[in-house]
Design a protein around this ligand. Structure first.
Ligand code: DAH
Length: 339
């Protein structure tokens, strides 16, 4: 029996040696080690052996099986490597071929202004805040010291979803949310879409964009507000830009002001962009009303602050010389890619 095993081994080894490919190796495996393979049959036939012979023959068969299996595996690895080498030799890549062109779009003018403004305020240590566009009237109005009978709350101006839920009409709503959840010092700006029930024309749209700013800390004064806005105007609209303040009224600030900038197109002499005025109305601002601080859990005896808010479209139109707001929303690529 030992001799028979040795013969099988010799035969199998020479077949492995002569195998031309992986398939031939697999055939060898089936022929000798498979369920009905020659070596397997020997193991099956061991019943007829004496108890002394059985372990000797058993371990011999196992040894031969392990050796054949190892040789077959080695051979398979060899053929797999050959396959890879063949591929590497034939499938070469031509790195000088021209690549497929991907067409890059351009950043929308509104997004450009938002990005510029963010950069300027981040440079002054501000953080970017965010809030919901579907907002509680409480945050858009009540907490901002705007009483129920205020004209801004009329359905002619504001979109109502229910009596208490609206589409925010100003990014000022984010002020209340930030103050409620943040312990001063607070220095944020919040860009975002706002909604008003206006009909569409060259200067109005029911959806437009605002950027809100809020600073709360100890000893914040109107001088800080003026200095901040003067710096912002220079960085955003040009080093020569001047800011002037006119008294105004907002429910959430006291005192309140509107700020104009000297026309950055004509330098103040009067032109088409500033409609001959030399000044362009820029934003609303003021010192945060003590009632607002109190409504949002901040002690007005300890802290004070300023806030401001402006329309992004207005700046984009003045800066890029666009005279009809509708162009910004039509998304005609031929128009948009000029900027
Ligand atoms: N929310 C005002 C508006 O939509 C703009 C504004 C004015 C924002 C004064 C402010 C502010 O934060 O202090 O017209």
């Amino acid at each position: 029996m030992k001799e028979q095993i040795a013969q099988i081994k010799e035969k199998a080894l020479s077949e492995i040696q002569n195998a031309k490919d992986a398939k031939a190796l697999d055939d060898v495996r089936i022929k000798y080690l498979g369920k009905k393979g020659e070596l397997t049959l020997i193991l099956r036939g061991m019943g007829g052996l004496s108890p002394e012979e059985r372990p000797i023959i058993g371990s011999l068969v196992n040894e031969v099986r392990d050796e054949l299996e190892a040789k077959i595996e080695n051979g398979e690895k060899h053929f797999a490597n050959l396959e890879i080498e063949k591929k590497l030799a034939t499938e070469n890549i031509d790195v000088t071929m021209p690549s497929k062109k991907s067409s890059l779009g351009s950043v929308h003018p509104i997004t450009q202004i938002i990005n510029d403004v963010k950069e300027i305020f981040i440079g002054m240590g501000y953080e970017i805040a965010d809030g919901p566009e579907v907002e509680l009237a409480e945050y858009n109005f009540d907490k901002l010291n705007t009483p129920p009978d205020h004209p801004a709350r009329d359905i002619q101006d504001t979109f109502y979803i229910t009596d208490d839920i609206i589409l925010r009409s100003q990014t000022s709503s984010v002020q209340a949310r930030v103050m409620e959840t943040t312990k001063p010092p607070i220095k944020i700006i919040c860009p975002g879409a706002v909604y008003r029930s206006d009909s569409v024309d060259a200067t109005h749209s029911p959806v437009f964009h605002q950027i809100e700013g809020l600073v709360i800390d100890k000893n914040i004064s109107m001088a800080d507000l003026k200095g901040t806005l003067a710096m912002f105007a220079k960085k955003c609209l040009g080093e020569k830009t001047l800011v002037r303040f006119r008294p105004h009224h907002f429910p959430f600030t006291e005192p309140s002001a509107e700020a104009d900038v000297s026309c950055f197109v004509c330098g103040g002499k009067g032109c088409r962009v500033c409609k001959g005025e030399g000044w362009i109305e820029l934003l609303g601002c003021g010192m945060v009303h003590p009632n607002v601080l109190r409504n949002c859990g901040i002690d007005p005896e300890e802290y004070s602050g300023f806030a401001f808010g402006f329309g992004v479209e207005r700046i984009a139109m003045a800066k890029f010389g666009i005279d009809d707001m509708r162009l910004l929303y039509e998304n005609d690529v031929r128009f948009l890619k000029q900027f």
